[in-house]
Design a protein. Sequence first.
Length: 588
Amino acid sequence: MKGVSPAEMDRIRVQAEAEMSQRQRQGAWAGAMQTHDDYRTRPVEWIVEHLGIGENTIRWSLNPGYPQHKWDGDRDPIVLILEALARWEDVGCESATGTGKTFIAACITYWFLACWKGNVITAAPKEDQLLLHVWKELGRLWPRFERHFPEAIMTTGKIRMQPAEGDRESWAATAFVCGVGADEEIAQRAAGFHDEHQLWITEETPGIHSALMQTIEQTRTDDHNNHLALGNPDHRDDSLHRFCFNIKEDPQPGVKHIRISAFDHPNVVSGKSIVPGAIGQRRLNQRIEKLGRGSRLYQSRVCGICPSQSEDALIRWEWCVAAARKYDDPAYRVGVLSLGADVADAPEGDPAAIARFQGACCTEVESFQVIDAAEVGERLVKEANDKDNPVDPRYIGIDSVGVGSSAVNEAKRRGLKLRWISGATKSVPKVDTDAMWSVTEPDLEGNIKAKGPVIVEAERYANLRSQVLWKMREDLRMGRVALPWDEELFQDLCTATYGTPNGKITVEPKEKIIGRLKRSPNKGDACCYGNFVRPRVPLKRKVKDPTDAQVDSRDCDRGLERKLAAINKRHQKENARAIRRYRRRGLR
């Protein structure tokens, strides 16, 4: 080329070679890799043939010992997961620990990438849960996958089958850390995943916040946007179980629920190490001995059965059932009326609730929609001033935080001063009346007097809300209160969990309870408020004289005996006052 120096020629040649190399790479990315369309409905065969995984490690029934084995969980659960995903179904898998669910999640990731030009998002609450579990297995299987797709690139938390289109991945697997909370930034990042073919795989799903699960649900807009949720079940209100079942324990539409039990694993059934690194018979026996057969952790970690509640549940369901059996017992209805109210502030939002007590029996918990919070205050004033059944304002407890302040102000404007319960404030130095009345004896006049320990509760709780809810827990646990049969009330009471940070009883924030219930626990809160403010001193009753059955009443002047006892008691008090008066004057 005339007029071009050798140095310029070298520069042009290098640039041309670079452009040709780039075009070749782009051609390889775009055209050389072909999806394995024939295996879209045959995931088991693809995993066996392309990843070199033994079919007996996936289809457990192929191993010795299974013809006589009685399945504790679902039969061949790994195959059920794969077949359901091939049918474009969502899958929720509640599994025992050590059964290989993380390994199969890695296999499913590679099968989906190989057969569909789409995205796989693997998610977990914490980064180390992702990188040390699913992505560790992905790294171990990578050489087998790379043989079929040599142009694919694997980096930390990313498998890219072709270059990204700007900020959007079009054919890749991505590690996504959900976080324990549901902050706005995480929700926005989760909402950014959209594709025609997309698979979400959530590990440790019970630890993922329900708001994030909802965000994931909203990103799955196309027909082939599926979700595989895996984990060890914690309780019936965790995110995994709610993904599979609704609050009434009916299956969620479009979700295949699968349970994996450790008793069904081939290492346990055959007595051989079929799947290295998975649960074995000796380790299973140790786990059963440690957890205790039949315990909640045994159900979750060994059988893959979701316990009715978590280990740190504040109130047990069976306590509520036992309290409901006492509902018709007249002994629990001895005492005055009291009320508890949880306030709402809009007709389209969560309803308000009023719990009505007669003595130690919650006779009714009414839930109702309101126009504004002032309406709750009006209702309480009306019930307090009822001519036939008035309620002492001292025994009306109401949440005074937020919208509750409007109801409190409305009642005050109408001349009624209620008992305010501000959950975030310090706990009150309240005497444990039930402990004080646990031991009684009659006085000289025959009246029952409390002789039990006087315990002032104040420093045990992190705040007043924890004190209020803990009081309900102890009353239910000890059988000191009766409830109506109301399953929604039971769910409200049994959803909360507690801990003891810094040695103080701390009930979890209400926001977390709302996140699991998908609504406000208005009935449960109203019941707890009413239980907290109700009077607890038992009615004074006369002591029955054991000699009444043997002595003829005509020969015994009971009125004279009581009069003499009263005179004797008055003399004792007068003598005591005289002694104190003499001592103040310096006399001995």
